[in-house]
Design a protein around this ligand. Sequence first.
Ligand code: NAD
Length: 401
Amino acid sequence: MVIKPRIRGFICTTAHPIGCIKNVEDQVSYVENRPSLQGASNALVVGCSTGYGLASRIAVAFGCHANTLGVSLEKEPEERRPGSAGWYNNVGFERSAAQRGLYARTLNGDAFSSAVKRQVITRIQADIQTIDLLVYSLASPVRVHPVSGEMFRSSIKPIGSPLSSRTVKLDILRGKCEVENIDLQPASDEEISATIQVMGGEDWVLWVDALQEAGVLSSNFKTVAYTYLGNELTWPIYRGGTLGKAKEDLDRARDEINTKYGGSGVEAMIAVLKAVVTQASTAIPVVPLYFSILFKVMKEHGTHEDCIAHMYRMFSDQIFRSDRRVDDAGRVRMDNLELDADVQAEVKKSWETIDSSNVQELADITGFQSDFLKLFGFGRSDVDYESDVDLQQRTADQSTP
Ligand code: NAD
């Protein structure tokens, strides 16, 4: 079947299997062309199929030659409908790992559920016995609570007062874009607490509790979860909004894990990452405009990183070392290049004057557009998008009945 991008706003409902697999191979090559890493032998990555989770898994597997287990929630291909991008990314990851003799297994299921946690533990016990790294990289709009069964939906809203800001309306396929005003009403208390339920730290703690109870944590076990802080242009919608509240809860969860298990060698960390185009980040209003201005400035400064460059630097310079760059809240700061004073001054200057007439000049719309298409395996010059492609590509666990 021939697969073309089908895009509405910042949602693409198709994915190209070959393009996705090649994107993974590029990330593997990026890591293999750099000095090898040391720090993990057996890793579990929750949220392993796209964005920062996928890049973390690639950095650790191909940098440290680690065995990896991944968990993600992706759409399986149907007879005439492609699977989701993450589905094919997982296929690409397992193939690249198998070619190098590396153990890799991927579970497709709801990471918030107790059943999936049990399945992962059974798999660890059978195949790799213990893990020394857990990367927690979930980004989800919903969570069914594993005890109460209640379904929570996250909201991306400001808190306290309405927000009037600007965002970009982008026709990805034609590259046309307009800068638009956007007005958002503040979240209710219920929406704030539901967002904390979905994107906060409770589930991260439940993962560590379950793994510890099952006795599958090695004596030097580390775990890292990801957050974003950004700058004052995005604070009203991110740091000061519902997502920021959920991320504050992640800090609380880190302290809870360290208090409970620090005595047995467990170390939990939060890493503050830079802005990158992912399925999760493009869903946040205001953010695509800020990102595309930022990418232009960072590219001009020679400091722009994509997911894999950022994750490789994080593991090599920070997570696997003891001399980490931490802030006064103890978070590992990877956003130092994004928040560089000169970069931010230029971003703010562009933000003040940007409108539909100069957006192509002041923002890296072409880069944003190409990053977005790439998320779904499109826009590569080495893939023939007019050819039939086999949609039915599966990871090892999905191939066996
Ligand atoms: P993403 O959308 O690319 O990845 C989300 C992952 O979560 C996917 O693997 C998906 O399958 C998985 N997932 C979602 N719901 C699931 C469920 N119920 N069960 C199992 N897996 C599930 O997102 P991302 O941008 O890479 O975000 C990952 C983390 O990084 C988030 O905590 C995010 O806040 C953080 N972060 C992102 C940015 C950014 O700019 N993208 C910046 C800083 C921090």
